[in-house]
Design a protein around this ligand. Structure first.
Ligand SMILES: Cc1cc2nc3c(=O)[nH]c(=O)nc-3n(C[C@H](O)[C@H](O)[C@H](O)COP(=O)(O)OP(=O)(O)OC[C@H]3O[C@@H](n4cnc5c(N)ncnc54)[C@H](O)[C@@H]3O)c2cc1C
Length: 398
């Protein structure tokens, strides 16, 4: 307890944090734990690769919100929760700290699925990696223009054919198009390879049996001249190579790893119930099953819904809608009031940029492709970000 107020800990500051900070202001002693004093809007971060968005634009100033809502900030990573003792352990710069909570919101997202040689690739997280890739790709083109004969200098490989990997390929293509103009090297001299473990791109977003979204994305990506290697498993990455499980080797100076995210490993050691994807299993109130004081939301929570019952996809558009419910339910727990259920939207807006300022969007059975889809995506990003910091709309529309 902080004074007479209960202590609420926000373990990880994903999409739920700012909503919780605002809702709990003056109602609880809130401690927010996050490795960085800012939050990155991952949905916008792919556009760091094309240079359209800056790091500053995609960041949300977490610390400012914490201070404005009179909460406390602990910079670090939660490494363990002890539900019986109502404590958790945080790894900070000054060592391990143990904190006591009355109520807890776990919102730590997911972590990169590792692969051998991952250090040889640019990864989708942290966002600085995409910025580093942006500079590196420009360098490759400039070196090629000076006659550098390094093999695979203009071969660009993205591993991962989910929404994120596909979007990265679109943004990468757009950057290369700019560089081709700047250096005078025809774009046809570059090679683009998108390696996908599944049969179709962005699989898993549409309901089973409806592959119109995937087909539309695939057609757009192929039109760019990208080679799509489907049902291919990458075994390892090297300083210049991508090695496939079937023994093939591809030499490329630029390798991007978007091979999936997974539930944080440490969650499996806290003794709380887990769902099929390794996330904390939550009930309809976003409360971790069997626990009165712990809520979880976003990518680190496994929420089962629908008939037949299935796992809610791990995408930001659901996390955004869970945030106010999680915040309200923390307040209701404090006040001893009945909790409100979270009902996922029947149709979520999903949009993947596919190069040439074009995107493929989906909402329920509706699928749209074109510049308008890109404008819609940017419009939603702008509407979301302007609630969290001062932004200029001109920075969002290109
Ligand atoms: C590159 C990329 C592009 C994406 N594009 C889209 C898109 O276009 N549309 C869409 O709907 N979804 C998109 N997604 C998915 C979307 O970003 C996630 O579903 C969403 O961010 C999940 O939100 P969250 O609140 O669960 O956690 P996150 O947004 O992942 O935030 C988790 C926070 O917890 C912190 N954290 C992690 N571990 C710890 C720890 N141990 N202790 C303390 N803090 C911790 C992290 O630093 C982070 O600040 C994309 C994801 C990526 C990676």
């Amino acid at each position: 307890m902080t004074g007479s107020l209960p202590t609420v800990i926000l373990a990880g500051c994903g999409y739920g944090a700012i909503e919780a900070l605002r809702t709990l202001k003056g109602q609880a002693g809130v401690i927010a734990i996050n490795p960085y004093p800012y939050i990155v809007n991952s949905g916008m971060s792919t556009r760091l690769l094309s240079g359209r968005f800056s790091l500053d634009l995609v960041r949300i100033p977490l610390l400012e919100h914490i201070q404005a809502n009179r909460a406390e900030y602990v910079q670090g990573r939660v490494t363990q929760i002890q539900p019986q003792a109502q404590t958790l352990t945080v790894q900070t710069e000054r060592g391990l700290q143990r904190l006591v909570y009355n109520y807890l919101l776990v919102n730590v997202g997911r972590e990169l699925r590792p692969i051998e040689g991952i250090q040889h690739a640019f990864t989708i997280r942290p966002a600085e990696q995409l910025l580093a890739a942006y500079s590196w790709i420009q360098k490759c083109w400039r070196r090629a223009a000076q006659g550098d004969p390094t093999p695979g200098l203009l071969t660009f490989v993205v591993v991962g054919g989910g929404c994120t990997g596909t979007e990265l390929m679109g943004e990468l293509y757009d950057l290369c198009q700019q560089m081709s103009r700047e250096t005078g090297i025809p774009l046809t001299q570059a090679r683009f390879v998108l390696i996908n473990r599944n049969r179709s791109l962005a699989a898993g977003i549409a309901p089973e049996g409806d592959n119109r979204f995937s087909r539309s994305i695939e057609a757009a990506i192929r039109r760019l001249g990208v080679e799509i290697w489907s049902e291919c498993q990458v075994k390892a990455l090297g300083p210049e190579q991508v090695w496939l499980a079937d023994g093939r080797e591809l030499v490329a100076q630029t390798r991007l790893w978007a091979g999936g995210l997974q539930a944080p490993q440490w969650l499996s050691e806290v003794g709380l119930p887990l769902g099929s994807s390794g996330g904390l299993l939550v009930d309809e109130y976003l409360r971790v099953k069997g626990s009165e004081q712990i809520l979880a939301m976003g990518d680190c929570a496994d929420f089962i819904w629908g008939s037949p019952a299935r796992l809610l996809p791990k995408i930001g558009v659901y996390a955004v809608r869970q945030a106010p419910i999680a915040a309200q339910n923390l307040l209701r727990l404090i006040r001893g009031q009945p909790l409100i259920p979270y009902r996922p939207q029947a149709t979520a807006f999903v949009c993947v940029t596919v190069g040439n300022r074009i995107a493929v969007a989906k909402k329920g059975p509706w699928i749209g492709r074109g510049y308008l889809a890109t404008v819609l995506k940017n419009l939603f990003d702008w509407l979301y970000m302007r609630r969290l910091k001062p932004v200029r709309w001109q920075e969002f529309f290109y």
